[in-house]
Design a protein around this ligand. Structure first.
Ligand code: AMP
Length: 287
């Protein structure tokens, strides 16, 4: 197997991808912001199984962080990431500098509008999904993948990117993979590294709350308010967990549903100290 390539510029990435495409190879992309954990690596393994060539991008995208957010503090571990990706059999790491992605004068953005960005994280993080849509469009043009993998943990991101890919006719298959969790249920996230030891013990309450919501649905509760109340009761046990939102929406359209039916998304965002965590569960409600 050829050694893993480290690619730093868009033209170099396009040249490599074009060589692969000319040979008829199927190219997969896993976009990440690095500080890789088992959640990222599950996407990489899925891509490895499905594609002839796998590219993992590592780029902490300043465009998707608000001015008061954690861009400067976001964890970075380039050496460890490279070693993990080489072990996972990745063909290339696309890891451009901020200047290579956004040279002086860069003035173009991509924005998905409408119900997908009306609730959940979007109103709490103005500009975030525009930053995500812009960078992913650029990554798609750099890597020219046939297939791209995203995690269910960022469910709104996945929905926005599916819409974008369809609306702009990119012809890329989007795969959304299950959330990988710690043994206590906490969704793996690069941001978990910022939790104190005490908060690390408190954080699994988010998953317990989602599970309580799912159990309420299992007991036949169908009113949104009833399911939310079951989730709130669990969260109340950890007053240090400052809930930013708790919501129940249609899993595909992300629109609010007063009575639960079909595939529904139970979603939560909370601050623990300076760290913001999100998580969600999809439930199927038969009737
Ligand atoms: P990030 O580096 O946080 O931007 O995440 C890169 C990709 O990995 C995104 O598609 C995330 O949804 C996905 N991801 C992050 N955490 C997890 C997890 N715990 N399980 C599965 N996928 C994840």
């Amino acid at each position: 197997m050829a050694a893993m390539k480290i690619v730093r510029t868009i033209p170099a990435m396009q040249a490599l991808a074009d060589r692969w495409r000319r040979r008829g190879l199927v190219v997969g992309l896993v976009p990440t912001m690095g500080a890789l954990h088992a959640g990222h690596l599950s996407l990489v393994r899925a891509a490895r199984r499905a594609c002839d060539r796998v590219v993992v991008s590592i780029f902490v995208n300043p465009l998707q962080f608000g001015p008061a957010e954690d861009y400067g503090r976001y964890p970075r571990a380039p050496g460890r990431d490279r070693r993990a990706l080489a072990r996972a059999g990745v063909d290339a790491v696309f890891s451009p500098s901020v200047g290579a992605m956004y040279p002086t004068g860069h003035a173009t953005g991509v924005e998905v509008t409408g119900p997908l960005v009306a609730r959940l994280c979007a109103p709490r993080r103005p500009g975030h999904f525009r930053g995500v849509a812009t960078v992913v469009t650029m990554l798609f043009h750099a890597v020219r993948p046939h297939v791209a993998w995203f995690g269910r943990k960022d469910a709104q991101q996945a929905a926005v990117l599916r819409r974008l890919t369809r609306d702009l006719g990119f012809g890329i298959r989007i795969v959304v993979a299950p959330t990988v969790r710690e043994p206590g249920g906490l969704a793996m996230s690069s941001r978990n590294a910022g939790l104190s030891a005490g908060d690390r013990r408190r954080a699994p309450v988010l998953f317990r709350a989602l599970r309580a919501g799912r159990e309420a649905v299992g007991r036949g509760v169908r009113r949104r308010a009833g399911v939310l109340a079951a989730m709130r009761r669990v969260l109340a046990a950890e007053p240090r967990v400052r809930v930013q939102y708790l919501d129940i929406v249609d899993a595909d359209t992300l629109e609010p549903i007063p009575r639960l039916r079909g595939r529904v998304l139970l979603a939560v965002a909370a601050h623990l100290g300076r760290t913001r965590l999100i998580d969600n569960l999809v439930c199927r409600v038969s009737r």
